[in-house]
Every structure is written in structure tokens, then in C-alpha cells.
Write a protein that binds this ligand. Structure first.
Ligand SMILES: [Mg+2]
Length: 226
């Protein structure tokens, strides 16, 4: 079951808005395509193995790193796979795209009295490429990276550590993130308003199950914000 967020009614109670990047503001299609199509092809060709074998080997390595900072670390994967991940990402940079109605959403919350903070697990080098391509950083009061904090957002202790460098009142904080594990960890910590994303990857199906209400149309979500 999935519950649509619709129009959020409690903007008055929100002081801080924490926003994820990939799959929330930007189309996750880039990342899925990169790791599930582009990297396997490059890996297969570098080792002279079949695409299927490359896929199987990579899936095993991806599974082992999931949920940790390594999973998001370009240096880790460059070293592990012996591929220049930075260079490969730059080759595909034209595929990086902002999700529908996100620009309007960012403009509106940026013009409000809320503090707007990006909190991403993406590696700083990836963030740099994505911001160059999209310009979304202009809308933020602060941008924080899990690699500087030393824990992935889904790991225990992350939200507490975040509060040490970006003090926030968790009862007056909203988080929008497409990752369910991240939402669960934030909710457990006590962040009051947690929302997911209905369709993080434009080329994949909408999610059909979530413990959190999900945003489909950001314009509708933000309609009640003065
Ligand atoms: Mg995400």
C-alpha cells in the first residue's frame, strides 16, 4: 500500500526542510542506468568477460556494500572495480535530470522562512557533477554530505551527528528522501515529518509499498505554503 502525501497542511509547524538529492530532487534513472548498465558494460569490456558475468559479479559486490558509505563512494568503486568512475560519470553527465515540479518546489521553499538543507549520501565528486549540470544548489541555505559526517544516512547515529553541525529541532523538521531505510532511521530518531517519493526513477514503476506517505507532485505538496 502506498499513501499519497497530497497537499501538506502543516507548513506552519516546519522550521527546517532536509532534502535528499538522488531520487528525490534528481531522477534516479541516471544512477540506475550508470550502475546497472554503463558500469557492467565497461567492466565486461575491461576484463573481456560477458555482460552477464560482469552483471553477476557486480551485483555480488554491490550487495556487500549496500547501506554503507562505501556504496556511495566513487574512490571505493574506482579501486574495487579498477575503473575510472569519475570519468565514466562525466561521460554520462548529460543524462542527469531534475525531477518534475522540483524547480518550482525549490523556488517556493527557498522564498519561504524555512531553512532548506540538502543532506546527501552521494560522493562529493558526484555531487559536484550533478550541481554543475542542474544548478539546484542555488536554492539551499546549506548542503551537507554524509561523507563529511562519516556515516550514511541510514546508519544509526547519523541524525544525531547531523544535529551537531546543523542544529535542528526535530519536532519542527521535514525530511524528503526516496530511500525507505533513511526515512525509517530519521523517523526513529524523531524527525516529525518524513516523506518518500512515489517514482524516484522515471523509467521504473512507481513504488507500491511504503510506511511513509509519498510525494507525487511537488506543486501540489507545496500549494499550502505561504
Ligand atoms: Mg536518494
Amino acid at each position: 500500500m502506498v499513501k499519497h502525501a497530497g497537499q501538506f497542511e502543516y507548513w506552519r509547524d516546519v522550521e527546517t526542510i532536509l532534502l535528499d538529492m538522488d531520487g528525490t530532487l534528481l531522477d534516479l534513472y541516471f544512477d540506475n542506468h550508470f550502475w546497472l548498465e554503463h558500469v557492467p558494460l565497461q567492466y565486461a569490456s575491461a576484463r573481456n568477460i560477458s555482460k552477464q558475468q560482469a552483471h553477476d559479479e557486480l551485483m555480488q559486490q554491490y550487495r556487500a556494500a549496500r547501506g554503507t558509505l562505501d556504496w556511495y563512494c566513487i574512490d571505493y568503486w574506482s579501486n574495487q572495480l579498477q575503473l575510472d568512475i569519475r570519468k565514466l560519470k562525466r561521460e554520462l553527465a548529460h543524462m542527469i535530470a531534475i525531477r518534475p515540479s522540483v524547480s518550482e518546489f525549490l523556488e517556493k521553499i527557498n522564498a519561504s522562512d524555512k531553512r532548506v538543507v540538502m543532506v546527501t549520501n552521494a560522493h562529493p565528486a558526484t555531487v559536484e557533477i550533478k550541481l554543475e549540470q542542474t544548478g539546484i544548489h542555488h536554492h539551499f541555505d546549506q548542503m551537507l554530505n554524509a561523507h563529511d559526517i562519516g556515516l550514511a544516512k541510514e546508519q544509526p547515529g547519523f541524525w544525531q551527528k547531523l544535529a551537531e553541525i546543523e542544529p535542528y529541532n526535530k519536532q519542527a523538521t521535514m525530511l524528503v528522501d526516496d530511500n525507505l531505510e533513511v526515512l525509517l532511521s530519521a523517523h526513529d530518531y524523531g524527525i516529525a515529518f518524513c516523506f518518500g517519493i512515489l517514482q524516484p526513477d522515471s523509467q521504473k514503476q512507481e513504488i507500491d509499498d511504503s510506511a511513509f506517505a509519498v510525494i507525487d507532485d511537488f506543486t501540489e505538496f507545496v500549494a499550502g505554503l505561504e
